[in-house]
Design a protein around this ligand. Structure first.
Ligand SMILES: *Cc1c(COP(=O)(O)O)cnc(C)c1O
Length: 365
């Protein structure tokens, strides 16, 4: 029996609905992964990523897996047994960094912050005199908070600075070189507006020179991946693994879409949608979760009103309006909602739709 696939409004923490151009590119004829036409496509994609990242790093590429593989690649290539990783934790993804870094053998020094608040660069600086790496999440999707990465770049000293930009890239300015970030990773399914499956990644020359030789992961060994995107001697590509050809075509189209609109315009669109949503929620009498002045426009966290069943409201939204929103994380699982307006969903129509639907769901669920 044919199953009818519902068409959802993906207003949760990701994936969002992709840009139509990115979806259309998935239907292009498939190329071999060493075909010159595909190599040209990969080169253009890496150039586009350099623009989104704000970097000149030659080692900028989409890793063949989701954002978490970007996190894994960042740590296995920079820390080994005995190295110190100072990690700012202000949400779920900071917690995950601690787990990944400790599995790579690092001695993890956690700098815990209250959920809903941004990273305090001074506390990170005071945590250890000479760490190997310092890591933080730019846009914490679990709490809806933005942190100042430039402030961490200013205090990093000799350490390498690792940035999780999974939710920020494509929705707000990201300036890897200007901020002094050495290693950064992202995902395709948040504000880049492409289906999940790739992890845009960039690493500075300084970090690459210091990289772990023979890291425990063969698949994510950046030393081996060099020949995969930048070509070996004479520019020839070498086989490491089969590039997800279709996903790269989709990413290329998604980046083209963002650059055609312009990073400033895309940023302004996310800003306007997030502000309108947050204003609308407050007008409904709801209370926002993230600290004022540090709120992400693309991911809004809001308290579930007293006496309202969080799960029932989410089911009502899904069943009646085909709208997905997220629950909270950890101890906030049933007391906070997470509403994402990412990529093409950052627009006034989506704002009006979610506000009206949520009002009805709260009243009737
Ligand atoms: C979604 C997300 C990740 C993990 O990405 P996956 O694609 O789910 O593997 C990591 N960090 C942040 C901040 C995220 O929002």
């Amino acid at each position: 029996m044919t199953q009818i696939v519902p068409v959802r409004h993906l207003f949760g923490p990701g994936p969002c609905n992709p840009y139509p151009e990115a979806t259309a590119a998935l239907g292009l004829p498939l190329l071999g992964h060493l075909d010159p036409a595909f190599i040209a496509r990969m080169d253009r994609t890496c150039d586009g990523l350099r623009t989104l990242w704000g970097t000149e790093n030659s080692r900028t590429l989409p890793l063949s897996a989701t954002g978490s593989a970007g996190m894994e690649a960042a740590f296995v290539n920079t820390v080994k047994a005995g190295d110190v990783a100072v990690i700012a934790v202000n949400g779920l993804f900071g917690e995950r960094m601690c787990e990944v870094a400790s599995r790579a053998g690092a001695e993890v020094v956690r700098v815990d912050h209250e959920y809903g608040t941004p990273v305090d660069a001074q506390r990170v600086a005071d945590a250890h005199p000479n760490p190997t790496v310092i890591a933080a999440v730019h846009a914490e999707t679990s709490t809806g908070v933005i942190s100042d990465m430039a402030a961490l770049g200013a205090i990093k000293g000799d350490a390498l600075l690792i940035m999780d930009a999974v939710t920020s890239i494509g929705g707000m300015p990201v300036k890897v070189d200007e901020w002094g970030v050495d290693v950064a990773y992202a995902g395709t399914q948040k504000c880049i507006g492409v289906a999940p499956g790739l992890a845009p990644f960039t690493i500075s020359e300084r970090a690459f020179e210091r990289r772990v030789q023979k890291p425990q992961s063969w698949y994510l060994d950046l030393g081996l991946l060099g020949g995969y995107t930048t070509g070996g001697a004479g520019g020839g590509r070498t086989y490491h693994h089969t590039a997800p050809v279709g996903m790269v075509a989709s990413l290329e189209a998604g980046i083209d879409r963002i650059l055609a609109e312009g990073i400033e315009a895309v940023t302004a669109r996310h800003q306007a949608a997030g502000q309108a949503l947050q204003d609308g929620l407050e007008e409904m009498g709801l209370t926002l979760f993230a600290a004022e002045g540090h709120r992400l426009p693309q991911l809004t966290t809001v308290y579930v009103p007293e006496g309202v069943d969080s799960a029932k409201v989410r089911s009502y939204l899904l069943e009646r309006f085909n709208i997905e929103i997220g629950g909270g994380v950890g101890k906030y699982a049933s007391t906070v909602w997470r509403i994402g307006l990412m990529g093409p969903n950052a627009n006034p129509t989506s704002v009006a739709l979610i506000l009206a639907a949520l009002k009805e769901a709260i009243a009737k669920a």
